[in-house]
Design a protein around this ligand. Structure first.
Ligand code: SF4
Ligand code: SF4
Length: 384
């Protein structure tokens, strides 16, 4: 999709948000819901890595969300096949209840990319649960069709669900795509909200739980409509580039580049795409503020981006734009680095008047007392 089409589609979505909807905070009329359910489909094409990732969340943690530790929220019931106790038919009960409208309101989270079930001649690509009448698997697409229109909000967790990710690479046999490709970029949930994409391969744990927290506050009437960018990502999480928050940014500015792994310098020559990738892990870290790919020695491969992975391959080669920008930054960076090195050497020494002995050499010139010639004066306890 070209830029103007994307802007048009996004504008359509924003225009469609109904300010009169009962769950739009400014117009909230009824009492906020006491309970809210999260139906989390992991049956897309995925590795379940996003579900595993959020177990590392700390701001807030998944435990804080589900155990009522955060004031002002409805009670949260999480139904995630990887994380909850129930399995098999017992777990699927919640899917059927949501479909029948018995879990309202619920947030639908989709993890994994969506295969195109229309292109195969037999079988299925992805499914969850069994149709009791036919004995056949219920495909993930069917679950999305059944539940998305009934959900208060719909969230795509991880890059596979957001944009297709690895399964949607050129040459794939499943026709895989992201949730917004499947439902349409102008899809609005029952709550009147666009799809919320929280990309990452896997998703950064706190990015996901913080987005859920925001949606829960929205449902409770305590937050305004979630701000999203043109790629439907929360703007406060994806508004800056990796490079803008990178611990190694100063090396880039001084044209000091790593040529092998293990170096603390800027990794752009080793294949880092950070300067053009929207992601906050260099600022936020991965867990407890620690980590964040380039901060800890890994190149950024653009895993949060709609064009991932094809547009960033081959990984570990210098990005095409990297050689241009590093060539341009070199003359300035090398000169500034030399000047700073020189100044640093000077600043890194103590002044020469810090010494023992019986003479003061600090340049002290008394104006109201002391020797009339303004010369050095005896140190305390010494004779002239
Ligand atoms: S390592 Fe990557 S993100 Fe960090 S300064 Fe270098 S190019 Fe930018
Ligand atoms: S820094 Fe790059 S590779 Fe790492 S999580 Fe962010 S987008 Fe993905």
């Amino acid at each position: 999709m070209n830029f103007s089409k994307a802007v048009g589609a996004a504008k359509q979505v924003v225009d469609k948000i109904d300010p009169q909807h009962p769950l739009t905070p400014q117009k909230h009329k009824g009492p906020p819901p006491s309970d809210i359910h999260i139906i989390w489909i992991t049956g897309g094409l995925s590795c379940d890595g996003d579900s595993v990732s959020i177990t590392a969340a700390m701001q807030p943690s998944i435990e804080e969300l589900v155990m009522g530790a955060i004031p002002g929220l409805p009670k949260v019931h999480l139904h995630n096949p990887v994380l909850c106790y129930e399995v098999g038919e017992e777990l699927m009960t919640y899917w059927y209840m949501a479909e029948r409208g018995e879990l309202d309101p619920f947030v639908l989270v989709v993890e994994g990319s969506i295969p195109n079930e229309n292109i195969k001649t037999e079988g299925y690509f992805a499914a969850q649960g069994t149709n009791h009448e036919t004995g056949q698997p219920i495909t993930t697409c069917e679950w999305i069709d059944r539940l998305a229109p009934k959900a208060l909000a719909v969230v795509a967790c991880g890059t596979c669900a957001a944009y297709g990710g690895i399964h949607a690479m050129q040459g794939n046999p499943t026709g895989a795509m992201g949730l917004a490709d499947y439902l349409g970029r102008t899809f609005l949930s029952k709550g009147g909200y666009p799809i919320v994409n929280v990309p990452g391969c896997p998703v950064q744990p706190d990015n996901m739980t913080e987005t859920l927290l925001y949606l829960l506050y929205m449902a409770a009437g305590k937050a305004t409509v979630i701000p999203l960018d043109l790629q439907l990502r929360p703007t406060w999480l994806f508004g800056k580039t990796v490079h803008e928050g990178c611990d190694r940014g100063a090396y880039y500015e001084q044209a000091d580049f790593a040529h092998e792994y293990g170096s603390p310098k800027c990794l752009v020559k080793l294949g880092c795409w950070g300067p053009v990738v929207n992601c906050n892990v260099t600022k936020r870290g991965w867990m407890a503020g620690i980590g964040g790919c380039p901060n800890v020695g890994g190149i950024c491969i653009g895993c949060t981006m709609p064009g991932f992975p094809d547009k960033f391959m081959p990984f570990m080669d210098e990005p095409p734009g990297g050689s241009v920008s590093t060539s341009l930054v070199k003359p300035y960076g090398n000169m500034i680095r030399w000047l700073r090195h020189f100044t640093n050497k000077t600043m890194n020494r103590e002044p020469k008047w810090h010494h023992r002995g019986n003479r003061l050499t600090s340049g002290y010139h008394p104006t109201t007392y002391g020797p009339p010639d303004g010369g050095s004066r005896p140190m305390a306890g010494t004779q002239r």
